[in-house]
Design a protein around this ligand. Structure first.
Ligand code: SF4
Length: 350
């Protein structure tokens, strides 16, 4: 199957190659909750608060962080499954809610979820599931497109087209979900813990498939996972979230060898290692993440950070490059010599 056959209806590139495919600025999403025993007091969970980043054409941006840090909410905002409270989502130079409609966004941006079974309609055959979105969007030959994509993701159409989701394995269902996403000829695919529920051997096969499809179809990925090794394997850059905010973003090799934010440092140090010479010297991260209904003042990580000082409680650290022009950014007063932190500019991790 050639690229032109499958992606014949891909949306044209509206900007030049240098223009990021996706720009997210100050994205915010709060969820109202009822507080108190009688549920009378109103409160909000600050799920995503001021998140900004860009995704370049053809790259894979990995997003990591503890459970509840806002990764999946960010993903759902990006594809319009949730309405943002504030901020901008600019896809290929067009602003969602301005010149870009939700329908156009969903043509260009597709998502693969963790739960491969819940993502599929149990009453639709595999062929019908893959063809469904393309048919709704009015794309040409949805069934032919579905069969070609089944072939491409390793599911022979003659064997699988008329089966139902409960008749195949978890790995095969996730291949169906990938084919279903690609049937819309997207340019950006958001993969939210898409391989986390798979066995390790199947996970490796699906990761290799994703890498091949990215190259073949010129796709751009946002890859969300709690597994740092998996994120390292597939990503070009890694973005770290903590309690609804971005705390660090850097090229994968940079962040792998040198984490700038104390939270990122703790996250990487908690990774199990088979190498006795590579055991962590970093103390484990203390306590649970704070309540997102009432997050800490200043730096949200200050309640768990061993470098916390008064300035950390008083002042929100902004995301900025570690050195002028660097593409390694961190939001920590340690990296801002004008912050007033006593250890700012020093190598505190040595
Ligand atoms: Fe720790 Fe302060 Fe940096 Fe926050 S700003 S991570 S509390 S040193």
């Amino acid at each position: 199957m050639s690229k032109t056959e499958t992606l014949a209806d891909t949306q044209p590139d509206k900007g030049g190659p240098a223009q990021p495919l996706l720009i997210v600025r100050n994205l915010q999403k709060y969820f109202p909750v009822r507080g108190g025993i009688f549920g009378g007091k109103k409160a909000v969970v600050q799920a995503v608060d001021g998140v900004s980043f860009e995704v370049k054409k053809g790259e894979t941006l990995g997003i990591v962080g503890e459970s509840g840090c806002g990764k999946s909410t960010t993903a759902r905002l990006l594809i319009g499954l949730l309405d943002k409270d504030k901020g901008e989502i600019i896809y290929d130079g067009q602003d969602l809610g301005g010149t870009l409609s939700l329908r156009e966004l969903r043509r260009g941006v597709q998502m693969v979820f963790q739960d491969s079974y819940a993502s599929l309609n149990p009453r639709l055959t595999i062929e019908a599931s893959i063809a469904f979105g393309a048919r709704i969007q009015g794309l040409s030959d949805p069934v032919g497109r579905a069969r070609k994509l089944m072939e491409r993701v390793g599911l022979a159409p003659d064997r699988f087209a008329q089966r139902y989701p409960h008749e195949v394995s978890g790995g095969q269902r996730q291949r169906i979900n990938i084919a279903r996403a690609l049937a819309m000829s997207p340019r950006l695919v958001v993969l939210d813990e898409a391989v986390s529920a798979l066995d390790k051997s199947v996970e490796a096969q699906v990761l290799n498939l994703l890498a091949d499809l990215r190259r073949e179809f010129g796709l751009t990925y946002i890859f969300i996972s709690h597994d740092l090794n998996v994120v390292r394997y597939i990503s070009d850059r890694i973005l770290v979230m903590y309690l609804g905010e971005v705390v660090e973003i850097a090229p994968v090799d940079d962040i792998w060898t040198s984490q700038a934010h104390p939270y990122t440092r703790s996250l990487f140090s908690a990774m199990p290692s088979m190498d006795p010479d590579n055991r962590t010297k970093e103390p484990p991260l203390a306590g649970d993440p704070p309540n997102p209904i009432n997050p800490p003042s200043g730096c949200r990580f200050h309640t768990r950070c061993r470098f916390s000082e008064d300035v950390c409680k008083a002042k929100v650290p902004l995301l900025h490059p570690l050195t002028a022009g660097s593409d390694h950014l961190a939001a920590c007063h340690l990296h801002d010599i004008s912050s007033g932190h006593s250890k700012a500019g020093k190598d505190v991790f040595e």
